[in-house]
Design a protein around this ligand. Structure first.
Ligand code: HEM
Length: 371
């Protein structure tokens, strides 16, 4: 005969399941987290193949810190610069959160560029991942838009000159560019509209592209290493799992979070050491500042060819990048067969870095008709 109390009691001598394991089993069975344990090849856990995930981790930190800053920022031209000063001096943790937002934005751009370089170098944009390369480019463009609008929000000299370029380009675009100019509407200042772009429009676009990007990564599986090609019914991911042995996506997530925390710690350390710059209130006059580093190549082109180059240079750059999967259709990802495209990519990267270095060593010229 049994009663309930006897059944609940542990059998004497039997090993008890550790508390942590019981909790994680309970959570797994309620949320279905074991679905995350699907197999991935071991190389997915290397840092080179985790750079996209690290970028996502950085984006989450940017959204969190951005939401905090938005509580205190005033997107009106009269109060904007003063409110940034208020965040730095009077808001609890304001200076730290603002600096983390600034440094994380820089680190995210670096991890994104490294991710793109890895995908390029390993030929991971090739069939069947061509469209995901294009979605990646859209993510890159949207991120540049976020950096650009964020720079304007400070409403210091750098932000003011960035806005001047925004308007200059808007005018060059004619009717299509009206949104980028103050003349679009009399009811809302352009600074407030760029604020809305920074906190709502561009993040919404970014999140939609991120969802699409991740859905495609899940659909195709992570690419095999160069040399691990699809064979018969097996995808390159499956070939890689057979050759290297399997890990699981849950384990990949743990690596990703580890790296993400490390990058966040780096952003924290940079924030404590250097803070985030805020120049004096904007004043009309000749251009004096240089843009953030990711726009430096365009600054040089503008110095060499005038404001118009800010329209055609990014278009040419994005077109060249978009053509990559069309131009390189070699059946294998192996480096040897892809020498021409790798050489072209290297030339482009060296040219962009050269233009950025040139920008660091030259003074700004006036392009905006003496703002
Ligand atoms: C917000 C920016 C981005 C995020 C959060 C992101 C995230 C990711 C993640 C998590 C992966 C899985 C593998 C990995 O981590 O390396 C991935 C793969 C991929 N990404 Fe991105 N990515 C971003 C930007 C880009 C850019 C700028 C490009 C290229 C123009 C790109 C192209 C690709 C391609 C083609 C793959 C498949 C690669 C493979 O299977 O090996 N991504 N991305």
């Amino acid at each position: 005969m049994h009663n309930g109390a006897t059944l609940d009691r542990p059998v004497p001598g039997a090993a008890r399941t550790p508390f942590g394991t019981r909790v994680s089993r309970w959570v797994d069975s309620r949320l279905g987290l074991d679905a995350l344990s699907y197999p991935v090849p071991r190389h997915a856990n290397t840092v080179f193949y985790t750079l996209g995930g690290i970028t996502l981790f950085g984006l989450v930190v940017l959204i969190g810190s951005g939401i905090y800053l938005a509580q205190f920022y005033n997107p009106q031209p009269v109060g904007a610069h003063e409110s940034v000063g208020y965040i730095i001096q009077s808001v609890r943790f304001g200076a730290l959160v603002r600096s983390i937002h600034f440094w994380m934005a820089n680190l995210v751009m670096i991890t994104m560029l490294l991710h793109m370089a890895r995908v390029f170098a390993t030929g991971s944009y090739q069939k069947p991942r061509e469209l995901n390369w294009l979605v990646g480019l859209a993510l890159f463009g949207t991120s540049l838009g976020l950096v650009f609008t964020g720079t304007v929000l400070k409403w210091d000299q750098e932000g003011y000159e960035a806005l001047g370029h925004n308007e200059g380009m808007g005018k060059l675009l004619g009717g299509l560019g009206t949104w980028f100019t103050a003349g679009f509407t009399r009811s809302v200042p352009i600074l407030s509209r760029l604020f809305i772009a920074h906190v709502a429009i561009l993040p919404a676009i970014l999140i939609l592209f991120v969802i699409g990007h991740f859905a495609l990564v899940k659909h195709h599986g992570i690419s095999g290493l160069p040399g691990q090609e699809a064979e018969g019914d097996m995808s390159d991911t499956q070939v890689a799992i057979v050759e290297e042995g399997r890990s699981s996506f849950a384990s990949h997530l743990r690596h990703l979070v580890g790296w993400g925390l490390l990058v966040t710690a780096a952003a924290g350390a940079l924030s404590l050491l250097f803070g985030s710059p805020l120049g004096p209130l904007a004043a009309a006059g000749p251009e004096r500042t240089k843009p953030p580093w990711m726009f430096l190549p365009f600054f040089s082109l503008e110095n060499l060819f005038g404001l118009k180059s800010l329209l055609w240079a990014p278009v040419i750059l994005f077109l060249l990048l978009a053509l990559v999967p069309l131009v390189d259709r070699s059946p294998a990802k192996a480096l040897r067969g892809r020498r021409p495209i790798l050489a072209a990519g290297t030339v482009l990267a060296v040219a962009l870095i050269g233009l950025a270095v040139l920008a660091l060593t030259t003074a700004a010229k006036t392009h905006l008709g003496g703002m």
